[in-house]
Structure formats: structure tokens, C-alpha cells
Design a protein around this ligand. Sequence first.
Ligand SMILES: [Ca+2]
Ligand SMILES: [Ca+2]
Ligand SMILES: [Ca+2]
Length: 444
Amino acid sequence: MIELDGSNVDCCEPGLQILAGNSIIRGLVINRFVDYGINILEKGGNLIECNFLGTDVTGTQIEALGNGNGGVGISTPNNIIGGTKIEARNVISGNLAHGVQMIGGEATGNLVQGNYIGTDLTGTMALGNGRDGVKFDNAPGNTVGGARAEARNIISGNARDGVRIQNGTDNVGNATGNQVLGNYIGTDLTGTIALGNAQNGVFINRAPGNIIGGVTPGARNIISDNRGNGIRIKDVDASGNSIQGNFIGTDFTGIYPLGNDETGIKILSSASNNSIGGVTTDAGNVIAFNGIGGVLLEATAGSGNAIERNSFFSNEGLGIDLSGNGITSNDADDADTGPNNLQNYPDISSAAINDTSELVIGYSVDSDTIHSAYPLTIQFFISDGSGEGKVLLGNDTWTADDLKAGAKSVNLGHATDLGFSVEDYVVATATDSEGNTSEFSKAK
Ligand SMILES: [Ca+2]
Ligand SMILES: [Ca+2]
Ligand SMILES: [Ca+2]
């Protein structure tokens, strides 16, 4: 390796500036420069692999070696940072600002894979960057991670968010169409040991239409042990983001606790029409062991934030909390307004196994066609009795005719096939056709 040491150069000296395209930058140790370790400024298509940015030549750090403005700055398209081979891995850690920062509308089509961002070379010790691990500033259409395990970044131990996707305060910018998948955000390389980022795992701020996770198992991010929320979605322009297939608050097995200190997912400040989970198989997230709640929509959050097909368990507080104030009781006809229109939850009157061993649920929804967009999708879950749903039992549709009839019953099928036993409780959510999901119902 060649060591580029910024400690002895003029204080205004940047690190390595790449002005040409299609360059290969491999095997460098770059530390202590005032600006970025590597700054890709004019042309794209560069490959940045096997570098230590912000560390010493061992990939660890015994004194302050970080570059002043972050590890890698990217203002051009189609660069690759890292790769799927171990020898391609960059260690981007200990820098004073962001690990990797993609800046502006030209920073598109970039691929950030297989790196350790905020840890040492072993992937087990925190060596955080001073701000976010990966920051998207107004940058569209980039990919962080990948659907193969080899593409996984470890993004842990950073002093702010693991990943932040952000547009400008005056709503300029185009941080949309980015995908963050297959990463460990807040754990070590094994996905079992806590190594959280100091703020949120992922923060989507003023940015629309980004995807966190995906519907294949390889696309799953582990977003756990962060000091803030697993994912935070903020502002009226943060709409149409999709959070799918992730484990939020568990280790890589989806079973053992590694909770985020605050909520699994928090939505606030008029953020609307985001999707947590989805309607297809494997779209659901596991959201468990989080310190304040599973999904929390602050009183300021907007509407249409659909929360479907997820598995919630062992969260402190509620699985789903509209207004962040504990259980919001149903109101007559659902005339109230607020986050997700304070959609009323179903009222389960009975959950019983019939003579042919099938689970039959009687329920109603006090939500009229004026205040909810019909029909409603009702999802039933197995619960441990704490009021959050762990295992999806099935769906039903509540129509305007059902509303007129006042109540209905649904046969969800053979109880054993559903994994349901008589000791289990059932809870349900209602989601109107505009994506307004309720809190969980009372357990029956
Ligand atoms: Ca509430
Ligand atoms: Ca209501
Ligand atoms: Ca309402």
C-alpha cells in the first residue's frame, strides 16, 4: 500500500482529487487531509477499492487520523466504491465528517458495496466517522449494498446516522430512487454484536421514493442497536419511501434482541404515503425489541403511511402508535383527524376454533365511508397478548356492505396450518384504500 499522509501538507490541501473518469484507485492509505480522503469531482466511472480512508496502514487507528471532510466525496455518476470481493473492501472510518457522501444530481448510479464504514478492519470494533456513515445529499438513483451477502456494507459505530438520505432545506434536490439493501447498520460483521450508530440507523429527511430493503431475503438490512430510531422519516417531502423486508431491532436471525434505543420506525413532520412492509410475501419487516415502540407516527405525521404484513414483538410501548401517545381509542364513525387519519382499529368480538379446526374471527370496524376510503384491508395476527402482532394469520376485506351489516365473520383456515393454538391471542389492523393503517386492535 501507498500511504498518503495529510498531516505534513498545507492545511488547505485536499486529499486525492479525481478529475478524470474511469480511474482505478486501489491500495492506498489516505489520512489526515483537510478535505475528503478521496473526492470524485468531474467525471464518473471510477473504481475505488481496497483503500484505508481515515485509518492507519493496519486499518485501525491509534490516534486521530481522519480526513477532515469525510472519507469519500462523490459528485459524479457510476462510480464503484468497494465491490463484492473481500480484496475490494475499503475501510472508511474515523473521518471527521461522513464516511461516504454523494452530492448533487450528477451523483447517480453509484454503487457502494462490501465496505466497512465506521469500523476497523476486523469489522468488530467501532471506529466511527464523525457524522453519517453514508450520506445522500440531493443525490438520486444510487445503491448502497446489494442482494448478495458479499455486497453487504457494515455501517456501524458512526457519530450520527448510519445512512442519511436528504434533500435541501428549501426542498431542492433529488434524493430519490436510492436503494439501501443487504447492509448491517448498527451491528458488527457477524450481525450479532451491538455496534450502533449514535443517532438513527437510517434517516430519510425531505426525500421521496427511496427503498430501504426489498422483497428478497438478500435485500434485508439489519438495522439494530442504534441510539436513536431504527429508521426516521421526516418532512412533507418524505413520501413514497418503501421500507421492506428488514430486521429492525434484532440480530441477523430475526429472533434475538438487538433493539434500537428509540422506536423501530418513526414518522413525523407531515411525512405521508410511505410504506412499511407491503402486500406481497416477504415485504414485511421484523420490528422487535425497540426501546420506545415499533412504529410511531408523531402527531405531526401525515396520512397514507401503510403498515402491512410486518412482524412486531417485544417492543416497549405499542407495536403501532398513532400520535405517539399510547393507545388512541376508537371514536364514533372515525371522524377524528391526525396521523393516518387516526384510522380506527377493528373490534374483534370473537376468535374461536370451530368444529372442523378452523380459526373463525368475528369483527367489525367503526369507520364510515366518509372518514375512511373503502374498502378496508383487515390483517389478523397472532399476538402474545401485549397488543402487537407477530405472525400474520390472514387478510380480509371490510366493505361498505359490511359496514351496513354492522359485523361479519371470516374463516382464516385450518388453525394448525396457520400456526395458531388456543393459547394465542389475535390482534388486527385496518388499512383503508389510501394506505391509512390503524393501531393494533385489542387482543382477543
Ligand atoms: Ca396513539
Ligand atoms: Ca379514529
Ligand atoms: Ca379518523
